[in-house]
Write a protein that binds this ligand. Sequence first.
Ligand code: SF4
Length: 105
Amino acid sequence: MAHPHSLRDDERWRESAACRNFAAERFFPQGASGLAVEVIQAAKAVCRSCPVSGPCLQFAMETDQEAGIWGGTEEDERRRLRRAGRAAGRAARAGRATGAPAVPR
Ligand code: SF4
């Protein structure tokens, strides 16, 4: 069963996407150097004006979207977010196991 706030099954947010009328290639550049840098920056600029960038990023994280620009992030940024999320989860579990606060004071 999906998380109550999961966006996996409810993609209505896409209807308000600022990128709806852009070609997919604008958000799925090949590589991350050379001309792709300009494509990535242009896509991120669109994301900054997008009213659903939060749900978009949440969807990308929930569904492990590895390629492309989602919610104003590129692949490396989402990988870092995933690592940070896993580390926070481990810290929270360790805190529960020892009774220590999950976040050091
Ligand atoms: S945040 Fe960016 S990629 Fe996501 S829907 Fe909006 S414009 Fe499209």
